[in-house]
Design a binder for this molecule. Structure first.
Ligand code: ATP
Length: 140
């Protein structure tokens, strides 16, 4: 039987690629001021996204993307995420993220004064987000 459930079209775009282009049942994204649950028919919004896994469901199956900071726009039946980086679980290089996490932690815990704390905190957050997505959903 054809699936007649109303869908939301989700596009995730980075400077390098269109990472996702799918009809989904719902989206859960972390905006800077809290979690957003988006169902088909949601009112138009633009939100700033935090570095966090973005969850979307297709026909009962939950999927997750690691999303760096960016924006989410919902307009009609389309949700567009524009972000500096986004990876599906299976595309995440876990060793790379572990190295990124170690580098950032070393910078944050080191005694040097001239480090860019905010930059290291953001790098740590990106690495932890990727590791969370990869570990929950089987990254390489
Ligand atoms: P790194 O220090 O490992 O480069 P980063 O957080 O500084 O990590 P970004 O600037 O967010 O990396 O991303 C640069 C590019 O590399 C983006 O295209 C992103 O999708 C990709 N990328 C970063 N880390 C990973 C990873 N662990 N697995 C797969 N792709 C990654």
């Amino acid at each position: 039987m054809a699936d007649t459930k109303k869908k939301l079209h989700l596009e995730v775009i980075t400077p390098d690629a269109a990472v996702l282009n799918e009809d989904v049942d719902f989206i859960i994204a972390r905006a800077l001021d809290g979690d957003l649950g988006i169902l088909p028919g949601h009112a138009a919004i633009i939100a700033s996204l935090d570095i966090n896994p973005l969850v979307y469901e297709i026909n009962g199956k939950k999927n997750t993307l690691a999303v760096a900071a960016g924006f989410l726009e919902v307009n009609g039946e389309t949700a567009t995420v524009i972000t500096s980086a986004a990876e599906k679980a299976g595309d995440i290089d876990v060793v790379r993220s572990e190295h990124a996490r170690e580098r950032a932690e070393k910078r944050l815990h080191g005694k040097r004064d001239n480090i860019d704390v905010e930059r290291a905190e953001l790098a740590l957050k990106r690495a932890l987000c990727r590791l969370q997505v990869a570990h929950n959903y089987g990254g390489k």
